[in-house]
Design a protein around this ligand. Structure first.
Ligand code: ADP
Length: 229
């Protein structure tokens, strides 16, 4: 896995350079030669630029995924409530634009985690709950249950839901259930989230009902154990 992460990192990194060249020259042609081109050519150019932007996002996601696998863990006691509040602050614009409500319990525990990566987990799950939602008021509810061994966090939404047969598929890189025109995205978020959760010795799973909403659960071991890489 580590070899694969290193390989992905190097390839993605190297792919970015020629891509930036293509994007740069296409933009120059678009800006400086527009008058010399007919409508059809301008249209093709727009498609090239859009495709390079999408490819750049895909490469950035691959880089994030490989970074998560390569990074040494900076494990520390992290107050989950602080992490969730910081994520909600970052998403303030999206939350306001979608009239969304994020319900956060009074108390959330502290866990041994890489704080930045825990932020990525909550950010992805909360923003998906808002994005895949056609409710007038998207409601994202965060809760936690604890057993002697684990904390289990739950991020629940009142969105479009996910059919049972896709419960595994959604965690596979670049797998999406809708086209990017309907719901924007690359399909890498949940793969990154799963990798982070598993590297910290936890599991992630989903329960959902189409048209009613989705529950994402992820566990965090309460004690540092050998499964934490
Ligand atoms: P992205 O958000 O870029 O599409 P993700 O990896 O985060 O990628 O999610 C993969 C797919 O899983 C999404 O395209 C969507 O079809 C489905 N999905 C994820 N979260 C939710 C959710 N909260 N409600 C409904 N569908 C979801």
């Amino acid at each position: 896995n580590r070899d694969l992460d290193d390989f992905t990192y190097v390839v993605s990194h190297d792919l970015k350079e020629p891509l930036i060249t293509i994007e740069g020259y296409s933009s120059i042609v678009q800006q400086e030669f527009a008058e010399k081109l007919d409508e059809e050519a301008v249209d093709y150019l727009r498609s090239i630029i859009q495709a390079t932007e999408r490819l750049k996002r895909l490469i950035d996601d691959l880089l994030t995924l490989s970074r998560v696998g390569r990074a040494r863990h900076e494990l520390e006691m992290v107050n989950t409530k602080d992490v969730v509040l910081a994520v909600v602050r970052d998403l303030e614009f999206t939350i306001r634009e979608n009239h969304a409500v994020v319900e956060i319990p009074e108390h959330l525990p502290s866990v041994l985690y890489d704080a930045t990566q825990l932020g990525l987990v909550f950010r992805n799950l909360i923003s998906n709950g808002i994005k895949f939602n056609r409710n007038e008021i998207p409601v994202i509810n965060i809760s936690v249950e604890e057993s002697t061994e684990h904390y289990v966090f739950c991020i629940k939404d009142n969105g479009i839901g996910i059919p049972d047969e896709y419960f595994e598929k959604i965690f596979v890189i670049f797998q999406r259930l809708h086209s990017a025109e309907v719901f924007p995205g690359t399909g890498a978020g949940l793969t990154i989230v799963k990798k982070i959760v598993e590297r910290h010795g936890g599991k992630i799973w989903v329960e959902s009902e189409v048209g009613r909403g989705t529950y994402f659960y992820f566990s965090v071991p309460r004690h540092l154990n050998s499964t934490v890489a």
